[in-house]
Ligand binder design. Sequence first.
Ligand code: SIN
Ligand code: FE2
Length: 234
Amino acid sequence: MATKSSRLSESRPEPRSIPLHADLLSDLPRSGTEKLAVGAVLLRGFAAADAATLLVELESVLAEAPFRHMTTPGGYRMSVAMTNCGAAGWITDRSGYRYGPRDPATGKPWPPMPASFSQVAARAAAQAGYPGFIPDACLINRYEPGARLTLHQDRNERDFAQPIVSVSLGLPATFLFGGLRRTDRPRRLRLESGDIVVWGGPSRLAFHGIDPLAEGDHPLTGRCRINLTFRHAL
Ligand code: SIN
Ligand code: FE2
């Protein structure tokens, strides 16, 4: 498949044939809205029809701004590989977390956000009750098996009135969605390719994370999960 091209994944086994029943299950349409909390919803399958296009557009972003493993302020290498597109990109290094207009690896502005990216984010936000959402930052996360994101809040953005729109592509993952305190026990939700989670309003600062990714091989992405997180950062 065209979207399974070079830059996505570092290691990609050849596609295997999968058992017939798994094939049938994965072909079932997934749709519907699940309310996670006040202001937070899971839109199942919302981006399923756009997934292949989003991944093709992603290739041109990666040609300019490849994935890299950033360092936390505490000096740890993140297991999730990241890059950005849009006017602002989220970065972390020894001096902290922040948004910046340039890719520190090249000194060049982050690649522009493809129209297909901002359109699907705006449609999902509107569906979730946040009309008029115009993202200026898209953080692109790549999870290979074992990669995880521990519980955290997204709080480097200027305006917490703007929601977060998070698109899942490729391998499934377990999403943790907690409350406003780190100690609130998180819900655990399976996110599949094409699912979108939107959180804002009273849930804007909810703690969330991703469990270590399980092994797998997805027809669209190979051996990884891609997450596009849209924000209005500036
Ligand atoms: C994030 O919190 O930035 C990403 C969440 C995800 O990968 O679904
Ligand atoms: Fe986050």
